[in-house]
Design a protein around this ligand. Structure first.
Ligand SMILES: Cc1ncc(COP(=O)(O)O)c(C=O)c1O
Length: 469
């Protein structure tokens, strides 16, 4: 499916795009960088020249020349009457594989399967015959699985019943369903800055206007800014990750949770709390779920990080009234969660404490190894040690992370640059580095980064084409 990129959105993504080169070249190069690092996707339709020239306050000739340069270099297809479509030369549309020479892929913060996963599937297979006369998929989840998920909330200090739980196809699906249910055209959605990029993708796909408030390494969540935005713009929802926030790994204090929940309730903004990373505790200790602070909070969760991403099992905890609204909206996009995966998830839920303990050990090793390697090989980078989660959020101080990403790709290392986690081109000096890889992979990755550190400057890239495709 083609996505349409509006002039305003492109202007926002472009950020500071001008360089010393002529304007049309700088513009073409910047669009190419956004395509290379995934902020614009292959197959996306660019705005018409007139629309972009208005959004950037530029002459139409300059935009036309930039589009023409992109066409010449093979990054744009234009068909009269149906607009201009971005493409990555050498990659078929819809193919999401990375550069064939990529040997280390740090673009994803995902974990290998929990060792008990295969046994959980074997268990599911032995249960399967009992269900073969049923549909094999359903819209709310198997009663036993809903019960087990509800129990896991109760065990964490938030009494929950099974009818407050809907089982989904992962947390991303849960987020999409919640956003479609809460959002009406013209409304705004508040997010943290930095935030989880695919949440922003979801909100943008609905046409939402997105507002952000900062989460800083040193001081945490800027609640004054959050409150200001909530009061000024009355967003319909605010999307948060209070436990091991992706990408910073920070956790919100209990006092801040209570303060924000009370403010959101006063102003009628629904807090959507994403707990996908909440059980990835390395050295913090347990906290009750943020939904303890207000009955209006909607919580998303997933077995994706703690058990295996390939399981595709997530959930939504909310009030019963909200569950009814979600159920009405669900069939527009999917007809239910597969039974086999639910049965495997049910077996795994019994193992939740040991899954969390085993993850914690692996993540501690990965975190400590990566921190040590970076302190040794890249001492100029500012590296904070998170208490949980899957990644380090690094301030490179002077280096352009877009340029570093492109240079690293040429060396076979896949990265996601900082601006993918921000709005308006923020975080050009930041880099998310996941530590959920083996010590050898982390060592190889840091070696590549360290060898590139002398070559990559603070300017976003003017990269040689062949290096990145
Ligand atoms: C914060 C956050 N939310 C949601 C998701 C998506 O989770 P799932 O794989 O369960 O769809 C991820 C995956 O990376 C994530 O980091």
């Amino acid at each position: 499916m083609n996505t349409f990129v509006t002039g305003r959105r492109l202007a926002r993504e472009l950020g500071e795009w001008r360089s010393n080169a002529p304007a049309y070249r700088s513009l073409a190069e910047r669009i190419r960088v956004l395509l290379m690092d995934g902020r614009l996707s292959s197959g996306a339709k660019l705005p018409a020249e007139r629309e972009l020239s208005q959004a950037l306050d530029l002459s139409r000739t300059t935009v036309a020349a930039a589009y023409s340069k992109l066409r010449e270099d093979g990054f744009l297809d234009s068909v009269r009457g149906s607009g201009s479509t971005l493409r990555l030369p050498g990659m078929e549309r819809g193919e999401h594989g990375l550069h064939p020479g990529l040997t280390l892929d740090f673009t994803k913060a995902t974990t290998p399967a929990y060792p008990g996963l295969q046994a959980a599937y074997a268990n599911a297979l032995s249960e399967l015959p009992r269900y073969l006369s049923h549909d094999g998929f359903d819209m709310v989840g198997l009663p036993d699985l809903r019960e087990a998920i509800a129990q896991s909330f109760s065990d964490r200090g938030l009494p929950t019943s099974a009818d407050q739980i809907m089982v989904t196809v992962g947390a991303q699906h849960a987020l999409n369903l919640v956003a479609r249910t809460l959002y009406s055209p013209g409304e705004r959605i508040l997010v943290e800055q930095p935030t989880y990029p695919h949440a922003v993708d979801t909100f943008t796909s609905l046409g939402a206007r997105i507002l952000a408030f900062p989460v800083r390494q040193e001081t945490g969540w800027d609640l004054q800014q959050a409150l200001l935005q909530i009061r000024r713009a009355a967003p319909s929802m605010a999307y948060l990750m209070p436990d091991f926030h992706n990408p910073t790994g920070l956790s919100m204090s209990i006092a801040d949770r209570e303060y924000l929940a009370a403010a959101a309730d006063r102003e009628g903004t629904v807090l959507v709390v994403d707990e996908t990373t909440a059980l990835l505790d390395i050295s913090r200790g347990p906290l009750p779920p943020m939904a303890s602070c207000s009955p209006n909070i909607i919580t998303l969760g997933s077995l994706g990080k703690i058990a295996w991403g390939g399981l595709r099992i997530g959930w939504i905890r909310s009030s019963r009234e909200m569950q009814a609204r979600l159920l009405r909206n669900r069939p527009a996009a999917d007809l239910g969660t597969p039974l086999m995966e639910q049965l495997a998830a049910l077996a795994l839920m019994n193992d939740l404490p040991s899954m969390a303990a085993s993850r914690s050990l692996d993540l501690r090793r990965g975190r400590d190894t990566l921190v040590q390697l970076l302190r040794e090989h890249l001492p100029q980078w500012q590296v904070d040690v998170p208490e949980g989660g899957l990644s380090l959020w690094i301030n490179t101080e002077t280096m352009s992370s877009s340029a570093l990403t492109l240079a690293a790709r040429a060396e076979g290392l896949g990265l996601v640059p900082g601006p993918r986690f921000g709005l308006d081109g923020a975080f050009e000096r930041h880099l998310r580095l996941p530590f959920c890889y083996s010590s050898e992979q982390l060592r190889d990755g840091v070696q590549i980064l360290s060898s590139l550190s002398g070559q990559v400057g603070s300017e976003p890239p003017r990269m040689p084409l062949q290096a990145v495709i």
